[in-house]
Design a protein around this ligand. Structure first.
Ligand code: CO
Length: 136
């Protein structure tokens, strides 16, 4: 048996075409507040993290046409893009994915938003879900 490596849901990421409109929807409908907003040019995205207890809803919009999120929106429209799981050790969790035959997008952990360390796992081999491992 593998010890449980996922400590919490860090965020559910939703791809949206208009970040301000999506923030306004969550604020006006649910009273949600923005905890963090960041443009990550290396990923071609701008994100807003909205607090939901100890987790976040991550609203994600592309900042360039070549961004994977731009392609996602084009193909599928707005919707759930990935699930971020909190882990104590991103490298160890990524290694466990590899050891169990999973397909990784990031061979090594890399910097994520708000100073986290992250790695993405390919939806092929993960039952159709793009998974992000997030170490704080
Ligand atoms: Co994410």
């Amino acid at each position: 048996m593998t010890a449980m490596l996922l400590t919490e849901i860090d965020h559910v990421a939703i791809a949206v075409p208009d970040l301000d409109a999506a923030i306004a929807y969550y604020a006006e409908t649910f009273g949600a507040t923005v905890a963090h907003r960041e443009r990550i040019d290396s990923d071609g995205v701008e994100e807003a993290l909205l607090n939901v207890a100890d987790s976040y809803v991550q609203l994600l919009t592309p900042t360039s046409d070549s961004s994977p999120v731009a392609k996602y929106l084009e193909k599928k429209g707005p919707g759930i893009h990935h699930v971020g799981y909190r882990v104590a050790d991103c490298a160890a969790a990524l290694q466990s994915v590899k050891d169990h035959g999973g397909l990784v997008i990031d061979e090594q952990p890399r910097p994520g938003s708000r100073g986290t360390t992250v790695a993405f796992i390919h939806p092929k081999g993960a039952f159709g879900t793009l998974i992000e491992l997030v170490q704080e």
